[in-house]
Design a protein around this ligand. Structure first.
Ligand code: ADP
Ligand code: MG
Length: 269
């Protein structure tokens, strides 16, 4: 009997929002670590030329010989580009600034929107038996983000708890709809997670109320608080769960992981 808590094959999730600084990378790293702490095998794909997820997970620039650029442009094997992180159960495909030219280089490629999709479905993938693949998207709705959405089962949207947070969501939703119509009809919205939430701040509460009114069940129950431990962890090149496991930030990401897993078990059943 197969383990009923395990999905058949990896669940692939694009962490996307075209706004910068809303918590995409932070959520990718820390949700990934929390899922790994729950016993899931996790792969992080760094699809942002800034490489913040790679840095935050301790992959120094000199150790990024093979990257998502090689995976997309040079058709490299997954085995060649995947590296372990210091966090047990979590691997990464790192990124460097090279990736910034990929957007243009891909333009002339007939399969330009499907490169990540095809790469993640290489035969070698079976051997890794990942439960979750989290793709950290760049702050743009460019071809890289489209590649992430075409490759994914769902999109997880971090929403910063501040003014104008909901602005721009309609453009993101439009892109999701376009990807559904053209390349990936099964693409779902995994959920919207409020980040950098400050319970003492009226504005945070207002954004939450607005989001729940307008987006209903799409909004995760779990809210990620603004927590200094979360912002400090990347300078130690580890997820907050490894840096300060009892911090509010670490606990919130653990709760988010549990909420995500419970949703996915229901979907799998
Ligand atoms: P994005 O990837 O969307 O550009 P980041 O994840 O890099 O956003 O986050 C932007 C900044 O906000 C970073 O400096 C990060 O450390 C900080 N940050 C993100 N989430 C939190 C949080 N919950 N508490 C405190 N700081 C946070
Ligand atoms: Mg980022």
């Amino acid at each position: 009997m197969s383990d009923p808590t395990r999905l058949p094959g990896p669940k692939i999730i694009a962490v996307a929002n075209q706004k910068g600084g809303v918590g995409k990378t932070t959520t990718t790293i820390n949700l990934g670590a929390a899922l790994a702490a729950e016993g899931m095998k996790v792969l992080v794909v760094d699809l942002d030329p800034q490489g913040n997820a790679s840095t935050g997970l301790g992959i120094d620039p000199e150790n990024r010989e093979y990257t998502t650029y090689d995976l997309l442009i040079d058709d490299s094997d997954l085995d060649k580009v995947i590296q372990p992180t210091r966090t047990e159960g979590m691997d990464i495909i790192p990124a460097t600034v090279d990736l910034s030219s990929a957007d243009i280089e891909l333009m002339s490629n007939e399969k330009r929107s499907f490169l990540l999709h095809d790469a993640l479905r290489q035969h070698a993938m079976d051997a890794h038996e990942y439960d979750f693949i989290l793709i950290d998207c760049p702050p743009s709705l460019n071809l890289l983000t489209v590649n992430a959405m075409v490759a994914s089962h769902s999109v997880l949207v971090p929403l910063q708890s501040e003014f104008f947070a909901l602005e721009g969501l309609s453009q993101l939703m439009l892109t999701i709809r376009e990807v559904r119509q053209s390349a990936n009809p099964g693409l779902r919205i995994e959920g919207i997670v409020l980040t950098m939430y400050d319970a003492r701040n009226n504005l945070s509460q207002q954004v939450e109320a607005d989001a729940r009114d307008n987006l209903g069940d799409l909004v995760f129950n779990t809210v990620i608080p603004r927590n200094v431990r979360v912002s400090e962890a990347p300078s130690y090149a580890v997820p907050v769960l490894d840096y300060d496991p009892t911090s509010k930030g670490a606990q919130a990401y653990l709760q988010l992981a549990k909420e995500l897993m419970s949703k996915n078990i229901r979907i799998a059943a």
